[in-house]
Design a binder for this molecule. Structure first.
Ligand code: GA4
Length: 330
């Protein structure tokens, strides 16, 4: 893998790390999608963590490996070539700069949107392959993961006793669903005297704005989530499973019963981390508000807004900002 240029400590956010090797958290809820009691466990996981791991999914391994190998080839290309597929404004190839508000991370990435035509030609020419090969690899993977996300959202609705059960999943199934797909590459970050005992941030702390996010990574650690008790915990990597995040929009639709999980990625000094994330969002015109059946007898915590309005304000924010504050009822 080609390593990014040497990090300059002043330019990057860091976290102090008292011990070198991360101690992994063993309490991440594991949902076996083949088991009949999954729906209740999913609800519990969303309430307690806004995060869980999924096993026994039916996303074909060949879709994962195909896309992973294309991504490795792309990220291994010379930087001068990769830059031709950028900048990420917000879609395309991005390097260290995250979003448009000055956030930095030790990461390079590709961002693709379901709503704007993606320039596969640029990527394909860098890889020296037919654009259709790349388009097909992304589409096969995203379609399979989206199907799994919809199944999970339907189980969630059932677990919450909400009718109809497609109340959340229909938003992702809509042909105008505004979803995003992201490939992140975190090159190993060389140890350096300047920041020894500290971890450089690969991707700074944030919540995802959409409804649900589905993450798959290789076997390199780095992902951390923030627990309700204020502690950051390291999630043990598992390349055969998927990790699910509750997004801000689902937090609103459940009137705060589920919390969008704060998460971040720390760099690794030895190994590259590669992750692929599908962010399932609603159509731009969709009105987001707490579902009446989840308000019953309580106050609605959020004002109604369209996904378009939320997105506009999210894209102006810094990564670590609490983006929902603007939409809370006082
Ligand atoms: C976080 C979740 C997704 O990765 C993303 C990110 C987006 C970007 O990288 O362009 C944002 C970030 C994410 C939230 C706040 C804004 C927008 C960077 C940023 C500072 C693609 C998304 O939808 O929101």
């Amino acid at each position: 893998m080609v390593v990014l240029t040497k990090p300059v400590i002043d330019h990057f956010p860091i976290v102090k790390n008292s011990c070198k090797a991360p101690s992994f958290f063993s309490g991440v809820p594991v949902i076996d999608l083949s088991k009949p009691d999954s729906k209740n466990l999913i609800v519990k996981a969303c309430e307690e963590f806004g995060f869980f791991k999924v096993v026994n999914h039916d996303v074909p391994m060949e879709f994962i490996s195909k896309l992973e190998s294309e991504a490795i080839k792309f990220f291994s290309s010379p930087l001068s070539e990769k830059l031709k597929a950028g900048p990420a404004d917000p879609f395309g190839y991005g390097n260290k700069q995250i979003g448009q508000s000055g956030d930095l991370g030790w990461v390079e990435y590709i961002l693709v949107s379901s709503n704007s035509e993606f320039n596969y030609k640029k990527f394909a020419s860098i890889l020296g392959v037919n654009p259709e090969t790349i388009r097909a690899a992304v589409n096969d993977y995203v379609s399979a993961v989206k199907k799994m996300a919809c199944d999970i959202l339907e189980m969630l609705a059932e677990g919450l006793k909400i009718h109809p059960r497609n109340v959340f999943s229909k938003l992702l199934m809509d042909e105008k669903s505004d979803s995003v797909f992201r490939l992140n590459h975190y090159p190993p970050c060389p140890e350096n005297e300047e920041f020894s005992g500290k971890n450089l941030i690969g991707f700074g702390e944030h919540t995802d704005p959409q409804i649900i996010s589905v993450l798959r990574s290789n076997n390199t650690s780095g992902l951390q989530i923030l627990l309700k008790n204020g502690h950051w915990i390291s999630v043990p990597p598992d390349q055969n499973s998927f990790f699910i995040n509750v997004g801000d929009s689902l937090q609103v639709m459940t009137n705060g019963r589920f919390k969008s999980v704060k998460h971040r990625v720390l760099t690794n000094s030895v190994k590259s981390r590669l992750s692929m994330i599908y962010f399932g969002g609603p159509p731009l015109s969709e009105k987001i508000a707490p579902l009446p059946s989840l308000i019953e007898g309580k106050d609605s915590l959020y004002k109604e807004f369209t996904w378009f309005e939320y997105k506009i304000s999210a894209y102006k924010s810094r990564l670590a900002d609490n983006r929902l504050i603007l939409f809370e009822k006082i």
